[in-house]
Design a protein around this ligand. Structure first.
Ligand SMILES: Cc1ncc(COP(=O)(O)O)c(C=O)c1O
Length: 410
């Protein structure tokens, strides 16, 4: 029997979780433009423009600034597998789910792991990292800037200095912060920084911006082996072959170079989406965008606290764009999320691992880092929590969020 199902026709939800978030309308329009062949000069011009745009978004002069086709973890995997050969030492900062993800991927690369651990809800003291780096002398130090699982933002600049001192490369996962919080690749002294579109950049998941320093590129190219079906005699390989074809950054960089050596078929709608995300961000200006995210995060925190809810973690290192809120005793967290969705068409986030069932995570990012989205979310949360028997002063959350915006406008 043929089953065709209906056309896509779902409710327009307000996505206020830790990502994905609602996509900017201009990005949606860019994705619906007719595609081009991947070697069409119009298309390769768009590729070069996208490199130039993301240099500005990453605040870097790095030539090697481009996109990995895939979600954010595709870029993480590309970075780690292209740098780490089996037996290489890597120091990983682990204070949340995404620190653990770095260790899992590095483990699969056959690297020797040295974890610097921190409790969830805290950041890691760079002096502790230095002690380990001094002792191990790793090829790479890897860390997450904003770990959405805990909502903590790890200070990075001191790590860059440590890596220079001990001649290690520095990798930073800025998936959840790029264009929402300052993530300046060059000022950090980072060698590889990766991101995704579905958080502060305001796009869909499926394309992952990456930037690589000359030092990082030199190391990656020291392992360059052109794909067998494309290689000419001058392409004799060097070093240990990178342990993945799809995520071989040397090959992906050859594709993004003027040589345009074919690798994957670049996804036109995702290139268009990434390009438009960056244009929206840069038209607004990075500083103004950081300020919008900071204000929204302040309003979310104030609203939660005014309702008697406890905000999770070390607030002095909290990401601005995602806030974790303890689920009050006696309240069924999943039922609250379900009622937010069915009664109000609003999605807030659940949590993973050791925080599962303990906190909700509310993101105010991209197009949703604005007053209307925060106020609507808290008006709904107040109504749902009242219905669940949680006692607090009605209206306190919305009033507190509004006061943050009014104070800012004054
Ligand atoms: C900090 C961080 N890193 C990596 C990822 C993985 O991203 P993706 O699901 O796009 O692969 C996420 C997703 O939430 C994240 O928050």
């Amino acid at each position: 029997m043929t089953e065709i199902f209906g056309e896509l026709d779902h409710p327009a939800r307000l996505l206020m979780g830790p990502g994905p978030i609602n996509v900017h309308p201009r990005v949606l329009r860019a994705m619906s433009v007719q595609l081009l062949g991947q070697f069409d000069p119009e298309f390769t011009t768009y590729m070069n423009q996208t490199m130039a745009l993301y240099r500005q978004v990453f605040d870097t002069a790095n030539h090697w600034t481009f996109l990995i086709d895939g979600t954010s973890r595709a870029a993480i995997e590309a970075a780690l597998v292209s740098v780490l050969a089996p037996g290489d030492d890597v120091v990983i900062l682990n204070a949340g789910r995404f620190g653990l993800l770095l260790s899992e991927i590095a483990d699969r690369c056959g690297a020797r792991l040295h974890l610097v651990e921190g409790a969830w809800g805290t950041v890691i003291d760079p002096n502790r990292v230095e002690e380990v780096v001094k002792h191990v002398r790793p090829r790479l130090v890897a860390c997450v800037h904003g770990d959405t699982s805990t909502t903590m933002a790890q200070p990075i600049a001191a790590l860059g200095e440590i890596c220079r001192r001990y001649d290690a490369l520095l990798y930073v996962d800025a998936t959840a912060t790029l264009s929402g919080m300052a993530a300046p690749a060059d000022a950090w002294g980072a060698d590889i920084v990766t991101a995704g579109l579905q958080k502060c950049l305001g796009g869909p998941s499926g394309s992952a911006p990456i930037t690589i320093s000359d030092r990082g590129a030199e190391h990656i190219f020291s392992r360059r082996h052109v794909e067998r079906g494309l290689a000419v005699t001058s392409d004799a390989g060097a070093g240990r072959r990178i342990g993945s074809n799809y995520f071989d950054l040397a090959m992906v960089m050859d594709y993004w170079s003027e040589r345009r050596l074919n690798h994957h078929t670049e996804s036109a709608p995702m290139l268009f989406a990434a390009r438009e995300c960056a244009r929206v961000v840069l038209e607004q200006g990075l500083q103004a965008r950081f300020a919008d995210h900071a204000l929204a995060g302040k309003a979310v925190t104030a609203a939660a606290q005014a309702m008697g809810l406890e905000v999770f973690g070390d607030l002095s290192h909290k990401m601005t764009n995602v806030t974790a809120i303890h689920i009050p005793r006696g309240v069924d967290g999943d039922r609250v999320r379900a009622r937010m969705c069915t009664d109000f068409e609003i999605e807030i986030g659940t949590a993973f691992g050791q925080l599962a069932g303990k906190v909700w995570r509310i993101g105010a990012m991209g197009v949703n880092a604005r007053k209307h989205a925060v106020l609507t979310t808290f008006a709904a949360l107040e109504a749902v929590l009242r219905g669940e028997g949680y006692s607090f002063t009605a209206g306190a959350g919305v009033d507190a969020a509004l006061a943050v915006y009014q104070e800012d406008a004054a």
